[in-house]
Write a protein that binds this ligand. Structure first.
Ligand code: NAD
Ligand code: ZN
Ligand code: ZN
Length: 337
């Protein structure tokens, strides 16, 4: 089968003919139709993070396709079903995190397109228990970004504990941020979108953002305090330290910063302000299977529209170059078959 493969960090991905995956007990083989390109795939190809991916690696954790084979033990997932394979490829099912519905914290988890091969390929195998069925109302292309960008931002907003009527700021209106704006609106929140590119802020406005701030030449935290007195929660999905510092400073007393973007960097936090203002800083990693179901359901109800541009698998290097330059509006999905 054809796949896009990272053979060495910081080198171009190669389109190669690789062996088809063999399925075992509880696993399915999915013929991939589309796969979204997440900034995490760029981090993986660059070896940015302290924990390195497998190598060689087939990236891709927003793969959507049709089940072509289902072995024994695949439960309700049948041949012909339309499913997506998320970042949380599998978890142990037995640890304290799995048992308490927090399987994204499982120390034994595997991650699609990182610790195990993902969906930049014609076929991808997956454990049936961890895939999700795609609602009929969504096309393959529309659905793909929900499997990471959607579930991650929906979960981050839940973790923020902001309630209807609160103001939230979304820092970084890229693949994740453009759906974050919509989930926030669907949850009854008031949204301030922050980016450093005007075209992204235009998109945020079209998608329902109440206010926008370009952080390139103005201090967004100052602007946010002036306009609304600070936000109950700031969600940072940008990939620069500066955005995290600004997001922290945007939060009002008793509010929270939710850390989602993953630049390989540190976030120095002033102890005095954090204590006196009662600010919480929370990490948020993708979402559970339940979060994924909820996030897909909201999209199926027409409340979330992924803004997508489609490309071929062969264009993957050009797509990753554009992602690095911040040159993509919404999400690019690779049409694979
Ligand atoms: P993206 O490249 O599509 O979006 C990043 C956006 O940030 C761009 O619109 C860019 O213009 C904007 N930006 C850059 N500098 C900024 C600044 N100073 N202020 C405001 N905005 C700024 O990336 P993406 O696919 O949305 O992913 C974003 C990050 O989230 C990546 O680091 C990715 O690895 C991470 N991620 C985390 C999780 C998780 O579970 N925590 C899940 C998926 C992705
Ligand atoms: Zn992702
Ligand atoms: Zn576990």
């Amino acid at each position: 089968m054809k796949a896009a493969v990272v053979n060495e960090f910081n080198k171009k991905l190669e389109i190669q003919d690789v062996a088809m995956p063999d399925i075992g007990y509880g696993e399915i083989l999915v013929k991939i139709h589309t796969c979204g390109v997440c900034h995490t795939d760029l981090h993986a190809a660059h070896g940015d993070w302290p924990v390195k991916p497998k190598m060689p690696l087939i990236p891709g954790h927003e793969g959507v396709g049709i089940v072509e084979q289902a072995g024994d033990g695949t439960g309700s997932i049948k041949v012909g079903d339309r499913v997506g394979i998320p970042w949380l490829y599998s978890a142990c099912g037995e640890c304290e995190y799995c048992l308490s519905g927090r399987e994204t914290l499982c120390p034994e988890q595997l991650n699609a397109g990182y610790s195990i091969d993902g969906a930049y390929a014609e076929y991808c195998k997956a454990p049936a228990k961890y895939v999700a069925k795609v609602p009929e109302a969504l096309s393959f292309e529309e659905a793909a970004p929900l499997f990471c960008a959607g579930v991650t931002t929906y979960k981050a907003l839940k973790i923020s504990e902001a309630i209807p009527g609160d103001w939230v700021a979304i820092y970084g209106i890229g693949g994740l941020g453009h759906v974050a704006v919509q989930y926030a609106k669907a949850m009854g929140l008031n949204v301030i979108a922050v980016d450093i590119k005007d075209e992204k802020l235009e998109m945020a406005k079209d998608l329902g953002a109440d206010l926008t701030v370009n952080g390139l030449n103005t201090d967004p935290a100052k602007a946010i305090h002036e306009k609304v007195g600070g936000v109950q929660a700031a969600i940072s999905v940008a990939v620069t330290k500066k955005a995290f510092e600004q997001a922290y400073s945007s939060v009002k007393r008793g509010g929270s910063l939710v850390v989602v973007g993953l630049p390989n960097d540190e976030l120095p936090i002033p102890i005095f302000d954090t204590v006196l203002n009662g600010v919480s800083v929370k990490g948020s990693i993708v979402g559970t299977r339940k979060d994924l179901q909820e996030c897909l359901e909201l999209a199926a109800q027409g409340k979330i529209k992924t803004m997508i541009e489609t490309k071929r698998l062969e264009d993957v290097n050009e797509v990753l170059d554009r992602l690095e330059k911040g040159d993509i509006n919404g999400r690019i999905v690779l049409n694979i078959s």
